[in-house]
Design a protein around this ligand. Structure first.
Ligand SMILES: Nc1ncnc2c1ncn2[C@@H]1O[C@H](COP(=O)(O)OP(=O)(O)OP(=O)(O)O)[C@@H](O)[C@H]1O
Ligand SMILES: [Mg+2]
Length: 371
């Protein structure tokens, strides 16, 4: 087992100007499960493929343990990859599929058999070893693909969206299995997904990428509680954080005809470039529903109530009565409020909410950086 280090690792594809991955600095500890997450095209697969040796590194270095592998052939890196399209060989049995890489590398038959049987036991595939892939369910096939990686006993597992071919329910089951399997085996793992829920539930730490640039690295809790910029704030968490940019007046952010108090040292960090504005974010669960008499409560006109049994969410519009300021949540232009599922308002009602103390996030209006 080994750590993984990206040191200013950069990939510029031929014929393009902007790097697909730009000076990535990232350290993955020995035995750690690190999730690379971000929207489509942000450079996740490219980062993983550079580590695998499948993409050239045009700047910087990549290390596995203390060894600089930047120019090392993929087959000499001691890694195993699981892809979204894990294409098993249809004419081979499960056992032969799992042992194929070992056979190619000249491992003795008896040892292959032993390692395949061990992996099959871990993955609950023992009774399927003689079957062909077409006689397996999607989840079982996915486990064979994992088995293929496990039998190689690599220093690092690389996984690129390995669950995206599974249906929603199986995906949830399998992500728990993979996470606990990784903890059991203790093999350093870099896992790519565009799904922030997968990232939050699986990773020891999460690295968020956008446009080839690393935005933040941290534990799921850190990413959720203290996103370092507006992008991470909006990307991590579901439903997404409510975010808006507002005028600052008398040390408060003016949100419609309400005002959100700001800490003095936050206000002092505003610069000329911010032009008297500040970006404020608060999660749907960071709001208290209050009575209409509470001064400075935000007023939300209810457009839709989503009831999920244990939870309920109001999707609404912020009432500003013509004052400046609008809020959005993720890609939706609505405000989202988590409410008591036993006390839901009607469409068209107005709910009054205040942000729980200490639960607002403030960012520079000009740079998006956390203040
Ligand atoms: N072979 C290539 N040649 C030129 N550009 C490429 C090539 N492969 C990827 N890119 C570009 O590099 C950027 C990063 O691509 P990458 O595949 O790493 O994204 P990703 O984060 O894995 O996205 P997705 O979630 O859609 O898989 C994208 O803008 C993509 O268009
Ligand atoms: Mg990809």
């Amino acid at each position: 087992m080994a750590s993984v280090t990206y040191d200013h690792a950069t990939r510029i594809y031929p014929g393009t100007e902007r790097p697909a991955v730009d000076q990535l600095n990232l350290e993955v500890e020995d035995g750690e499960f690190l999730v690379l997450v971000g929207p489509s095209g942000c450079g996740k697969s490219t980062s993983l493929r550079m580590l695998a040796g499948l993409e050239d590194v045009n700047g910087g270095h990549i290390y596995i343990g203390d060894r600089d592998v930047t120019d090392v052939q993929p087959k000499d890196r001691d890694i195993a990859m699981v892809f979204q399209n894990y294409a098993l060989y249809p004419h081979m049995s499960v056992a032969d599929n799992m042992g194929f890489a070992l056979k190619i590398s000249g491992t003795p038959k008896a040892e292959i058999r032993q390692r395949v049987e061990e992996a099959a036991k871990i993955l609950d595939l023992t009774e399927y070893l003689d079957r062909k892939p077409k006689a397996l369910s999607g989840g079982q096939r996915q486990r064979v693909a994992m088995g293929r990686a496990i039998v190689r006993q690599p220093q690092v597992f690389l996984m690129d969206e390995p669950l995206s071919n599974l249906d929603a329910k199986l995906r949830v089951q399998t992500r728990t299995q993979i996470a606990s399997l990784q903890r059991r085996l203790g093999v350093t793992t870099v896992y790519v997904t565009h799904d922030q829920t997968e990232a939050l539930t699986m990773g020891d730490r999460i690295a968020v990428l956008k446009d080839g640039l690393l935005q933040q690295v941290g534990t799921p809790r850190e990413m959720y509680d203290t996103p370092s910029n507006v992008f991470v704030a909006g990307f991590i968490g579901s439903p997404a954080m409510n975010v808006g940019t507002f005028d600052v007046k008398d040390g408060k952010a003016v949100v419609g005809h309400a005002a959100v108090p700001l800490e003095r040292d936050v206000v002092s960090q505003l610069t000329d470039a911010d032009n008297g504005k500040i970006t404020v974010g608060f999660r749907p669960e960071a709001l208290d529903v209050v009575s209409s008499a509470v001064p400075d409560a935000l007023q939300v006109e209810v457009n839709l109530v989503e009831e999920l049994g244990s939870d309920a969410f109001v999707y609404g519009s912020l009432k500003t009565d013509g004052a400046a300021g609008e809020l959005h949540s993720g890609s939706s232009d609505q405000v989202i409020v988590r409410i008591d599922p036993r006390d839901v308002p009607m469409k068209g009602d107005t709910v009054y909410v205040t942000i729980k103390p200490g639960k607002s996030h403030v960012f520079s209006a000009s740079t998006g950086a956390r203040l």
